[in-house]
Design a protein around this ligand. Sequence first.
Ligand code: ATP
Ligand code: MG
Length: 389
Amino acid sequence: RKYDPYRPSTNVFDLITRDAKALCQELMPNPEEETRKLALLERLSDIATEVFGEAEVLPFGSSGNGLALANADMDVCVFLNSKEGSAEEQVSPVEFVERIGDRLEKDNEFENILQLKRARVPIVKLNHVNGIACDIGYQNDLAIWNTRLLRAYCRIDTRVRDVVVIIKTWAKRRKINNPYAGSLSSYAYVLLVIHVLQRRGVLPNLQSIVVGNGKIPYWDCQGFNRYFFEDIPNLARYWQPTPEAMKQSVGELLYEFFRYFASEFRYTTHVVSIRSGGLLTKEAKEWSKDHTQPQQQQHQRQQPQTLQPQTSTVDSPALTDEQPAADSKPVVKNRYLFCIEDPFELDHNVGRPVDRYSLFTIRGEFMRAAKILSRNGEGAISRLCYERE
Ligand code: ATP
Ligand code: MG
């Protein structure tokens, strides 16, 4: 480990850990909320079946990976079982959004229904009168698998959830958790946390653990390899944390997370890759050149420093990085300023919404956070998560 002159002492870490754990406890969704989500899931399942015949509705994202905060949105995905499988019977994503969106409009149980047909992944957004905001996607197997991967990492060690919950809360309160406005999705932050925990020896690389002594199997999902070691109760046979990793407290891991992205990670050359258990280079991935659309469109965002949500009713980013105008053509906006490789979709940069203004803001927040945690343990967590206006 590199020498770090700002590294706080153990008793500072203990105070941070104590407060972090208390906040996590406070932010747990309550059983009543879970019940409302389950009821909505069932209702959507009935509606999807009514519209399309046989349909299955599965939760993904934080409602499926154990990383939900209280009052989190629900992400669900609809799968149609078209047994005949003939081309005519296939419903396109846009058609899906239209048909289910129009059906939901007829029910006054649902409010603020938005059909995002031109997003990278078309979805319907809505609010249910019972208070749950929901994103409905379509036939997205990869989303189900990356949810399962995150859940598996979460089950390895209780510290994972604690660190993730604090990072998500910090990002939301500091207004840097909105891909529509150039910052990162919760999914991206979770990948960053896993990366740091892999580096500290707290987590393994589940995508490289193989049962037996063969090579990594190829399990196809939409053209990508979805294989990972999922048998967490038997993980100890294949991998164990280092004694040093076992000792690290939640406070210490939080500090490490912020310190790493404030001063160690090299934004100009590196790519975060949990799939390879470490770093890759932009050059090796051919992620050096930005494939951006013309200037005028790119700068339609608001002021660079204040990343306010562009939609006030629904702000769950889930699967859509950008929210183009309803009548515009889908746009390709591949930026490579903050490079975070998707664990399965290897050509997808999860940090794609980040532009140079938002990168400045996000890095500023990493530095602010590292500074707060390096000073004084007492009150650090509440200062860290102080709501930015
Ligand atoms: P929150 O509680 O803040 O809603 P979340 O865990 O649900 O957090 P989201 O960012 O809403 O995280 O993402 C939900 C799911 O959508 C992820 O688990 C992932 O499957 C998918 N997803 C989100 N953003 C991306 C992205 N940029 N690329 C690929 N998949 C994504
Ligand atoms: Mg979500």
